[in-house]
Design a protein around this ligand. Structure first.
Ligand code: SF4
Length: 220
């Protein structure tokens, strides 16, 4: 999913973190901050392509074909780890396998933010269906193929660590500094973010940085 989901309070003290915010934070902590703290969202060609790709899978429903039942736009959660969101597609196989499929319009990046989001979906489905979900899939619209991801311990740890970093961001309420690197070229929020202006050397930079950036990025 590419549409931002505002966080909401969960039961107990653990703030629920949306699956989409994990992806945003993994891509760029400042991007997550702009969306979660300032409700900033701007579409560009890539995000509109993503929206169009999601139109079919964002319509709730289910269909059966052969030994597979396919669910679309399934709300998911993991209360133990404070995660919540929506799965684009979930396949329920006759042999009891549950397989989440995250749809991306762009090319697949191995180990990238899409893997993190798909792993978090798998962790939600494990709690909901009370069974292991050892794999997830990222479908790339550019590649036109599925990329299967093993949900190993390293990926699970990254999900939990990133979720905590998002909570820290929400608690602190300050925008992280912009990394101002190659990621910005593919970021639809570049105009709102002003990465070059805030990291440049002009006469107003210090004042702007003090105004718009946290003292340190949160890497806890
Ligand atoms: S423009 Fe760059 S620094 Fe700003 S949110 Fe996007 S990726 Fe992050």
């Amino acid at each position: 999913m590419t549409t931002p989901h505002p966080p909401k309070s969960g039961e107990g003290d653990l703030t629920q973190v949306s699956l989409s915010s994990l992806e945003h934070y993994a891509y760029c902590p400042r991007q997550a901050g702009l969306i979660l703290l300032e409700q900033t969202w701007t579409d560009d060609a890539a995000t509109i392509r993503g929206t169009l790709l999601h139109q079919r899978v964002d319509t709730p429903g289910n269909q059966a074909r052969g030994t597979i039942r396919t669910l679309h736009a399934l709300p998911v959660w993991n209360d133990q780890h404070g995660l919540t969101g929506v799965c684009d597609t979930v396949e329920l196989h006759a042999d009891s396998r549950v397989l989440p499929i995250e749809h991306k319009s762009g090319r697949y990046v191995p180990g990238g933010p899409g893997d993190l989001q798909a792993a978090a979906q798998a962790m939600c489905l494990e709690e909901m269906f009370s069974r292991p979900v050892p794999q997830a899939v990222v479908y790339s619209g550019t590649d036109r193929r599925r990329h299967t991801i093993p949900i190993d311990e390293t990926l699970r740890s990254r999900v939990l660590q990133t979720a905590q970093q998002v909570r820290n961001l929400l608690d602190r309420g300050e925008l992280p500094r912009p990394p101002a690197d190659r990621r910005c070229k593919r970021c639809s929020l570049a105009t709102d973010c002003m990465p070059k202006l805030l990291t440049g050397t002009g006469r107003y930079q210090d004042a702007l940085t003090r105004l718009y950036c946290a003292d340190d990025q949160d890497n806890a």
